[in-house]
Design a protein around this ligand. Structure first.
Ligand SMILES: CC(C)(COP(=O)(O)OP(=O)(O)OC[C@H]1O[C@@H](n2cnc3c(N)ncnc32)[C@H](O)[C@@H]1OP(=O)(O)O)[C@@H](O)C(=O)NCCC(=O)NCCS
Length: 115
């Protein structure tokens, strides 16, 4: 767990939405891997859901991955049953790349083609 926490701290980028002192939502991603970055977490506070916060934060992450880090795309994993998250990613252009048990790997290619 300490190793994981250090790995996140050193390598992960976060995109955050704040209201005053309160953190409403966060996206964490590894953008230092090539050619694809990896989104490790998307979370919005329960009372702040449904207001476009996650969509906005993932868009910021996509923008940084593409324009600051020059990556080919982004990958992530999501549980098949997580309808909200699945819809969120599909809305932003992610497609299902592979399936393992109940987990889908999704991919967004910035240049359009699926790899
Ligand atoms: C998934 C989650 C991050 C969405 O956050 P959010 O800020 O409420 O999402 P947004 O308001 O930005 O909605 C973006 C899209 O998500 C989808 N979505 C959001 N809430 C939904 C719901 N209740 N039912 C179906 N789809 C939903 C829609 O496609 C929506 O786009 P639209 O408004 O154009 O239809 C949030 O529900 C959450 O924190 N869930 C718990 C943690 C989690 O499961 N994270 C994902 C791990 S892979």
């Amino acid at each position: 767990m300490v190793d994981y926490a250090q790995k996140i701290t050193v390598n992960a980028c976060t995109f955050e939405a704040w209201e005053g002192e309160g953190l409403l939502g966060v996206v964490s991603a590894y953008l230092n891997r090539t050619p694809y970055g990896f989104i490790t977490d998307v979370s919005v506070k329960p009372e702040s859901k449904g207001k476009g916060i996650a969509k906005n934060l993932v868009r910021n992450c996509i923008d940084a991955a593409q324009n600051e880090y020059g990556l080919c795309g982004l990958k992530l994993e999501v549980y098949l049953e997580n309808r909200q998250a699945l819809n969120l990613y599909k809305t932003l252009g992610f497609i299902v790349h592979s399936k393992r048990d109940q987990v889908l790997e999704m991919i967004l290619n910035f240049r359009g083609e699926s790899k």
